[in-house]
Design a protein around this ligand. Structure first.
Ligand SMILES: [Zn+2]
Length: 281
């Protein structure tokens, strides 16, 4: 499922594809849920050059030279792909036809993605975007800023990390990865973390995002880890039942906030005073 690094990959792809080109026409699958709550008619009017492509959390903010803009969320399975004219793309819900004839498709089999047209100058005021907390890549994230965002939450640490109004961009995968990197149990309460632990977590979030962006590269198409045959480059996510790559204990999973959480019971102890001596991965 796309999270901050995957949406950033989409942003960079769009910038590359639109570079030197103009959008001459948009097309939409009007029956799809992609535009729910928004006006498809406004999407169909968008034209011109892509003037800016920003990202906040898991949202893309696309501004075009005609003053129109789009906020896009990839949902669970959404992705942008570029194809030659006339190529059939299954599950294509919306299309951007470039002056070269190439077509950028918004492909979304499961239809949790969404596109919302809005004036280019007001994209950051769109309700879903305005509600987002700090973005670790766009805004930076110091240990103090992380503690400020999460420290008073009564939720489990992993659930708080995924709360987009506190911190924008982490989902089930990257929250689990950050906690593993920081040696923190997903069920710890944010109020129990020491300054050193906030520092470790801020660094772990940054390291996890950097790692994912490097894995994804700058070109080609991205397979999400849940897709059949896709590689799993992650340290702990999706590895339940396998040995921890750090300590060889068996990775476990449990349900937390309605989602499956993966963690190492040995190097992410619930009660850190019993923790074994830490080692680096
Ligand atoms: Zn371990």
């Amino acid at each position: 499922m796309p999270e901050l690094p995957e949406v950033e990959f989409a942003r960079r792809s769009l910038v590359r594809w639109f570079d030197g080109h103009r959008l001459v026409r948009t097309e939409a699958d009007k029956k799809a849920r992609t535009f729910r709550g928004a006006k498809v008619a406004d999407f169909l009017k968008v034209k011109g050059a892509l003037q800016s492509a920003a990202r906040r959390g898991k949202y893309l903010l696309l501004a075009f030279s005609d003053g129109r803009g789009l906020v896009a969320h990839l949902g669970m399975t959404g992705k942008f792909v570029k194809r030659r004219p006339g190529e059939d793309v299954p599950y294509s819900r919306a299309r951007f036809v470039l002056d070269s004839g190439d077509v950028i498709h918004f492909r979304d089999p499961r239809l949790f993605g969404r596109i919302e047209p809005a004036p280019a100058s007001k994209l950051s005021q769109v309700e879903a975007v305005a509600a987002l907390g700090r973005d670790p890549l766009v805004d930076g994230l110091t240990p103090e800023q992380l503690e400020d965002a999460l420290g008073r939450s009564k939720q489990d640490l992993k659930v708080a990390l995924m709360d987009q109004s506190r911190l924008a961009g982490l989902g089930n995968i990257h929250a689990a990865e950050a906690l593993f990197r920081a040696h923190l149990h997903p069920g710890r309460k944010p109020t129990s973390l020491s300054k050193a632990e906030w520092g470790a977590l801020a660094k772990a979030i940054d390291d996890g995002i950097t790692f994912a962006l490097e894995e994804e590269g700058d070109d080609g198409e991205l397979d999400y880890v849940e897709e059949p045959g896709a590689p799993n480059p992650f340290l702990v996510y999706g590895h339940a039942g396998e040995p921890c790559r750090r300590c060889k204990a068996i990775i476990k999973s449990f349900t937390q906030g309605g989602r499956t959480t993966h963690y190492c019971p040995s190097c992410q102890p619930k009660h850190p005073k019993h923790a074994k001596q830490r080692s680096t991965p």
